[in-house]
Structures are given as C-alpha cells and as structure tokens.
Design a binder for this molecule. Structure first.
Ligand code: UDP
Length: 380
C-alpha cells in the first residue's frame, strides 16, 4: 500500500482484519512500499500528493488521462524496472511472504515482475480500490488474482487482458466496524441519537458530516461556511456540522479559529469514522471510493462536493445514478441541497439511505480474504 490519500491504508487494514478472522494463523505485514522502498522522488509522494492535486489539478488530470493506455503503462514499467527493482526485491526477500497483495495503482506491474523473479512460486494479487475509473496501472494480465469493486471495473480488467477466471467482482474491502447494525438493532431505520450522544454532540439536532478523504483535500472551508450559513438560516435548531480534516492540520487550525453560529465540531484525523457516520444524517464528501463504500454500508446519503480528476471521475455517476446521493460542486448550491434534504418530512434521505444499503457490499473484505487464502492453498 501507500499513503496517497487514506483509502489504500483503510483497504489494507480491512483486509488484515478479515485475514485475522478467516485464519488466526495468518500474519499480515502492511508496508508503505512507495515511501520506504521506491526511488526519489516517488518516495516523497505521501507528502506531495495533496499539494500536487490542489495546485496542479490540470497537471494531475493530464498525467492520469495521458498515461491511460496499456502500451504507455508498459513503457513506464520499462523505465521504472531498473531503478525500483533492487529495493523492492530486498523488501520481498526480507519479509519472505507466502502471498503478496497490492492495494495501490503504482504497485502492480513492477512489483509483480520483481516477485516473479525474487520469489518464484509466490502468488501476487491486486485488490483494486478505485470503483469505476480504473487506470491500466492496476491491471496486470499476469496477476494471479484481481479483485475489483464493480462490474464496470471488471469489464476494464477483461479488456486489459486479465483472464476471466482470475477476476473477482467482490466490492471494495471495508472494515467490519462499518456496519448497518452499528446502532444496536440492525434495523433498516437508523436511530442516530445514541451515536451523537457517544460523540458528545447535540442528540436532537440532525448532523451533517463533512469529510474530504484522509488528506482533507479541496475547498472544505468554503463548503463548511456555506453549510453553516444555510443551516443557521433554517432556524435556531435546524442542524449541526462535524468537519473531519484528516491529516490537513492547517485546515483544522483554520476551522477551529472560526465562529459559526451553529454547533460545529472540528476534528483532525479520526480513528473512529464508523462512529461519526453512525451519528450523521448525511455525509458531504469528495468522491473518494473508501468514504463512498463506507457510507453505502452505513446507509448514509452522500452529497458529493468534488472529485480527484481521473481516478474519482466515475464515482460521481456511480453514486448519483444509483440513487444513493447527489453531486453539487458549488458550495452554496450544495448547502441548499443539504438543507432541503434535512427539511422535516422530506422522504429523500430515507429513500437514498435504502438505495445506499442496496448498493453496499459489506462482506467484500471477508470474500476477498477467502479468495486470497484459497489462492494461497492452491499455490505450489
Ligand atoms: N479516514 C479516516 N479518518 C479521517 C479521514 C479519513 O479514517 O480522519 C478514512 C476514511 O474513512 C476512508 C479513507 O480515510 O477509509 C479515505 O479514503 P477515500 O478513498 O475516501 O479518499 P482518499 O483519502 O484515499 O483520497
């Protein structure tokens, strides 16, 4: 994995959790292979990822789209092979794994070749953590098992030449801590009050949860301000707002210093996202695949505020066309939409919650762990 955003680590942790449940003897070692085992400047990507997308959005978009071709990925593989090979081989040899699993788009073609050479006979699997817009960097025809989250991603895998019998449409691995039963009864109708009490929030005010990935990317302050103003206009007790800034400390400091006029809670990187989602009535988020998949499981309507060009583009129609939420990139319009959903008596939230649950794949991590253990059992 690698810490570009928060989704790859979350997927890795969900798989580690599922392995432990399926086979108590399994040992999982999770490695940020870009940070610790890639050559300069790729080893700094955990620091440069957010500024790069924030300031160089067009550059990121161009790089993603222009590199989206199988022959281009093959050329990149040839460029990176000589510089990355030795460090990766040292990593794999030092761990002596029985199975290698990648949950990152930049850790497939070269690592697979290195595993084939350094650890002959050790299977290599990829678990794709982009929902729909899957870059060919994820897709190696030679992989032993490829787990994808959606049928659309599965079709891309087949067109990349991955044999059908090695492709599984499993869903995106999400921790079992995200469960529709979080409020105790597993009921279709979620009661958010206990969740809000647990977090020290006002129990009776509807909660809008604002997150923007593990890095707290994008115009979070503008969206927060628009939401607070609109909620305030809706009346004294129309709602409350929780803003999760992730690893964006500057954003957190800025928001903590602001005066809001409605109850607002600001947090940095939280380790208890399931509790925040259980307390919320809707989530406002960029189109991150991890957050979307978690919200679907929790039956939480999703208001998308933006997307990272390239890998998150397909996530917008995935949510909107399936009726689990809406997309509004303009903060004032987004806030108006949120206020409309929260209006007492509006059935929209309950309808979207039902569609979200229908689309969710809460057992993906378990299913993938089982498939991977079966792969391990069948390898020589
Ligand atoms: N996350 C978290 N705590 C935070 C912010 C985010 O645990 O304070 C998790 C979130 O639950 C999700 C992941 O980080 O699992 C974000 O993944 P996503 O794919 O939505 O966006 P990314 O950060 O990878 O761009």
């Amino acid at each position: 994995m690698a810490d570009t955003g928060g989704g790859h680590r979350s997927a890795g942790q969900a798989l580690a959790e599922a392995f432990a449940e399926e086979d108590p003897l399994a040992q999982v070692v999770m490695v940020d292979a870009l940070r610790h085992h890639a050559p300069f400047p790729v080893n700094h990507i955990h620091r440069t990822y957010r500024p790069l997308i924030h300031h160089g959005r067009w550059l990121w978009s161009a790089a993603w789209h222009l590199s989206r071709g199988y022959s281009r990925v093959e050329r990149m593989r040839r460029v990176f092979w000589p510089v990355a090979r030795r460090r990766l081989a040292a990593l794999y040899r030092s761990q002596e794994p029985d199975l290698v699993v990648s949950v990152h788009p930049l850790l497939n073609h070269v690592p697979l070749d290195v595993v084939r050479q350094a650890l002959p006979g050790v299977p290599f699997a990829t678990v794709v953590t982009d929902l729909v817009s899957v870059h060919p960097a994820w897709l190696c025809p030679d992989v032993d098992l490829l787990c994808v989250p959606t049928e659309a991603a599965g079709r891309l895998a087949l067109s990349a030449g991955v044999p059908r019998e090695r492709v599984r449409v499993s869903g995106l691995p999400v921790s079992r801590k995200f469960s529709p039963a979080m409020n105790g009864n597993g009921a279709e109708i979620t009661d958010n009050q206990p969740g809000r009490r647990r977090l020290g929030l006002h129990p009776d005010l509807p909660l809008v949860l604002l997150v923007s990935g593990g890095e707290g990317m994008g115009p979070v302050s503008d969206i927060a301000r628009a939401l607070a103003q609109t909620i305030q206009r809706g009346g004294h007790s129309a709602g409350q707002l929780a803003i999760i800034c992730g690893r964006n400390h500057a954003l957190q400091r800025r928001l903590e210093a602001m005066h809001w006029g409605i109850p607002v809670r600001v947090a940095g990187f939280v380790e208890n996202m399931p509790e925040w989602m259980a307390a919320a009535d809707l989530v406002v988020t960029k189109a991150g695949p991890g957050t979307i998949s978690e919200a679907l499981i929790m039956g939480l309507p999703i208001l998308l505020s933006g997307f990272i060009p390239g890998q998150e583009e397909g996530n917008v129609p995935y949510v909107v066309d399936n009726g689990a939420g809406a997309y509004e990139s303009q903060p004032e319009r987004l806030a108006a939409r949120a206020a409309e959903w929260l209006r007492p008596g509006n059935p929209a939230l309950a309808q979207m919650a039902a569609r979200a649950r229908a689309l969710a794949k809460p057992n993906a991590a378990r299913d993938i762990a089982r498939d991977l253990l079966a792969l391990l059992a069948s390898s020589p």
